[in-house]
Design a protein around this ligand. Structure first.
Ligand code: FES
Length: 154
């Protein structure tokens, strides 16, 4: 079972859609925002709420690299590694993040503050190279600016 507050939010998503299974992505985002990742134990109660088989929900979580079932970092930094960002110096962005955080892609900082995750196009190619911290999207504008951005997330 979910905590009351989270359960209410999930119900809101489910009621918003004509068919409750259509709310699956919204619900998974909500769970990830709540816990900082998607606990495996949350999938069964979610599948019950959505009226879907558990293996369907597990399959959706496994399909999307934006969902994280391990390493509960407080903030997830998702770096776009798709083609436009690639040609717009995403390597420079990744090097700066790795250097500042002292971790490789897929790892969590020792203090549990950040996890670095490579993702496919996040839909803002004209602003490339892009990255997201939790639900906020940023354009990489140099290391100094990056420090300012990271400092907002404690
Ligand atoms: S390729 Fe990076 S946002 Fe589209």
């Amino acid at each position: 079972m979910f905590e009351k507050e989270l359960e209410e939010k999930l119900k809101d998503h489910i009621n918003y859609f004509p068919r409750k299974e259509q709310a699956i992505l919204m619900c998974l985002h909500e769970i990830q925002n709540h816990y900082g990742y998607i606990p495996k134990e949350s999938l069964k109660p979610l599948s019950d709420m959505l009226g879907l088989p558990l293996n369907h929900v597990e399959g959706v979580v496994a399909f999307y690299d934006m969902f994280d079932t391990e390493s509960p970092a407080r903030h997830r930094i998702r770096v776009c590694v798709s083609i436009v960002c690639h040609f717009m110096q995403k390597d420079k962005l990744i090097s700066a993040l790795k250097k500042k955080l002292g971790i490789e892609m897929g790892e969590v900082t020792e203090d549990g503050r950040f996890k670095l995750i490579p993702v496919q196009c996040i839909g803002g190619c004209s602003e490339a190279p892009l990255f997201m911290i939790d639900e906020d999207t940023y354009k990489f504008e140099g290391e100094e600016k990056l420090d300012e951005i990271l400092a907002k997330y404690t």
